[in-house]
Write a protein that binds this ligand. Sequence first.
Ligand SMILES: [Zn+2]
Ligand SMILES: [Zn+2]
Length: 108
Amino acid sequence: MKCPACASEMKVSVVQEVEIDRCRGCGGVVLDKGETEVVEQLQLEHVIDGGIVATHQRRTTPAHCYECNREMIALRGAGDVEYDWCDGCERLFFDQGELTALASVSAD
Ligand SMILES: [Zn+2]
Ligand SMILES: [Zn+2]
């Protein structure tokens, strides 16, 4: 899968038995449909709200889903953190830093 932000090839990694796609170029993370439950289980919204992404810099170009060939929809969640959602395949894309908590629990 290509990264919605920079079009680099993403790498699959397993976090708590869930496969996520991580971009080695920009550090963005894609969650497939259903995996968004993991975000809730790990209470990532709350963690993000805690200021971990203080240095977050927003992209100037919209995220693009290469699976569906359409632009993703920017959403705003807890703590004013923006993330992107594809209304075709229902994947979520998080820029680097937005899922810092998820990365921190990865055993790799
Ligand atoms: Zn990328
Ligand atoms: Zn899509």
